[in-house]
Design a protein around this ligand. Sequence first.
Ligand SMILES: [Zn+2]
Length: 460
Amino acid sequence: MYDTQSGWNNHINSCIDSYLRFEVSINSSISGSTNNYSDSYFYNFICTENRNSSESGRSSKRTRKNFNDFHEEVESDFHEEVEFHEEVESDFHEEVESDFHEEVEFHEEVESNDFNEEVESDFNEEVESDFNEEVESDFNEEVESDFNEEVESDFNEEVEFHEEVEFHEEVESDFHEEVESNDFNINQKYKHLWVQCENCYGLNYKKFFKSKMNICEQCGYHLKMSSSDRIELSIDPGTWDPLDKDMISIDPIDFRSKEEPYGDRIDSYQRRTGLADAIQTGIGQINGIPVAIGVMDFQFMGGSMGSVVGEKITRLIEYATNRSLPVIIVCASGGARMQEGSLSLMQMAKISSASSNYQSDKKLFYVSILTSPTTGGVTASFGMLGDIIIAEPNAYIAFAGKRVIEQTLKKVIPEGSQVSEYLFHKGLFDPIVPRNLLKGVLGELFQLHGFFPLNPSSKM
Ligand SMILES: [Zn+2]
């Protein structure tokens, strides 16, 4: 209300003055003449006193006395009031200050609680989700250390930011205890549920991974796909009719290595994969269009091309030639199978010959699809003979592998020089098509080349 003490004093004094003036003027009007009333109460007082000294001396004295009494009274009132004000003010200040402190304390408390909960819950969520994923994965050393580094670094960043070192240590030790207590058995128990990406080491839930065509959800990397999965997802349901599915390899050159006889190796791969050899061939429909298709399988001895692979492809092409079907061959191979010696190399010529008849003489349409890896004799023959050659993204495509070249020529192969994106710019093949779009692209290509769906309603 009043800026300073002196301001307050001035106000009080002026109040006293106006009160006195009022009092004096009443007294004078009672005791003296109303005609002599003037604006200045001092003047009035003096004049009245002088003029009415004889008449109203008593009255003047009383007035004077009244004034003094009143002044003292008012002054003491004023002082009491001032003291009261000070008291109230100080009380108010204390109250406000204490309120403020409480509030600040409350805020600090709330903030610290919030922070702890937030950090803890964030961390727990992160750790739990990462942890669960990781626990259920292949817990090899590399993964474990990657995981720990990742979690630790994420966690450190967060904690350093908030400068909560103690909390960090506590949670970290809790976490490590948790990891140790959830021991190896759990990892083994849930390992079969997850597929780890070769590129980003992210985990993909196996249940959905196949329907996503083995494409990593995290980074889009195209992981290897078994021939059976590819047939199931590429060919219209119920239209697959395999050719020569029981053709198996013998041991034509009686190949013996330090490990195990070739015949035994074939047996073990057959048991492991459920396949007769490294390729499945057959007839099926793609969006209603009948096609002859061969799909190589890298799981079977690295997709190596022996006499069975060569013979099956040759028969497929001959079948397609006779029925004027388009041919698709999905390549995935480490090259010719050394256990069959030069018989493997002869497959290149045999397939090329059948392909020449199919493509040049019959003017039919062959599409080769290069997946990772496509190398050696496969690249050197039917891989590169397609009328349209399609590659998958980030596929390793080469004739001789990086290691072989470096050991033979003693020269370093530049990183990425045998990957489809690089080779595309060198004109080695036609388009790079992501796996999930491949079926649509093939359907379109066949229609452009005069192959139409049997049932028009099944058109894309
Ligand atoms: Zn990935």
